[in-house]
Design a protein around this ligand. Structure first.
Ligand code: BGC
Length: 270
């Protein structure tokens, strides 16, 4: 990972876009990303997530996406996100996905199907790094915390451009409860809460995060951040808190960035 938070691509792949793939509960989306700009080089492809979304079944879809973009990406790196903890190629948790991901050698399962290297990472980490390089926290020199409010809550902690992976702050225990079961956007939708009511839940969540981490900037992502004007102004925090900029492209863009960075900084523990 680069030392600064500048928007420079981590590796020179002149004229070639890097493929990012974002695995979600309902869709698996991929697009080649131009790392000089953080924009998609071609229109993205979305394929519905298989009902039984085991690593092997998902790997088949990822292979389809890779084939689709084969010409644009050549033998360049491929980044893939998953809503789980990922350490050294293994998925370690499965809060909102099929339990077969727990302790699966997922990177290897994908590589066996694809017959090429990929880099698997947590979805919020990818979204966070995308916001730091191209979005709401672009070039930020301090401690940035990116949270994604969706089915669950994802988090990314980035200090001076360097990501601390797998922070999993959606699972912070607050008032004896798993935070994402109280403050994820899916809970608001399920319970039919107003933004005013939802803001109260978010206030409790973000004030805990703030008391523990003291970020300089909090970025709020996930689909609900499109309506950030309805709830962010109600929050009373010490840190600056802003909506994400990249919205539904963040996972793909961050996946591509981190995959390219991996070439320069391979995992020494694997
Ligand atoms: C998972 C995280 C993920 C987040 C957002 C949480 O339930 O534990 O790994 O980043 O949801 O998808």
């Amino acid at each position: 990972m680069s030392e600064s938070a500048e928007a420079t691509p981590p590796v020179a792949v002149p004229g070639r876009a890097v493929l990012g793939i974002d695995i979600g509960g309902s869709g698996i989306k991929g697009a080649p990303v131009d790392l000089a700009t953080g924009l998609f080089a071609t229109e993205r492809l979305r394929i519905t997530t298989p009902k039984k979304s085991t690593p092997a079944n998902v790997a088949e879809i990822v292979a389809e996406i890779v084939d689709h973009f084969a010409e644009q990406i050549g033998d360049g790196p491929i980044g893939v996100t998953i809503p789980a903890v990922v350490t050294h190629g293994q998925t370690r948790s499965a809060a909102n996905i099929d339990k077969s991901w727990i302790d699966a050698p997922a990177e290897k399962i994908f590589e066996d199907v694809l017959q090429r290297d990929i880099y698997l990472m947590n979805d919020a980490d990818a979204a966070g790094i995308a916001e730091v390089h191209y979005g709401a926290a672009k070039g930020h020199p301090g401690l940035v915390m990116v949270t994604t409010l969706g089915t669950g809550i994802g988090s990314a902690l980035i200090y001076r451009g360097v990501l601390v992976p797998n922070t999993e702050l959606g699972h912070l225990e607050i008032d004896g409860k798993d935070a994402e079961t109280e403050a994820a956007a899916s809970v608001k939708d399920r319970k039919g809460w107003s933004y005013e009511k939802y803001a109260k839940k978010l206030q409790r969540y973000y004030e805990r995060l703030e008391a523990l981490f003291w970020p300089d900037l909090i970025v709020v992502g996930g689909g609900v951040s499109k309506r950030a004007d309805k709830f962010l102004p109600r929050l009373k925090l010490k840190s600056e808190i802003v909506p994400a900029k990249l919205l539904n492209t963040a996972g793909i863009v961050g996946a591509a960035w981190l995959a390219a960075d991996r070439l320069v900084h391979p995992d020494p523990i694997r």
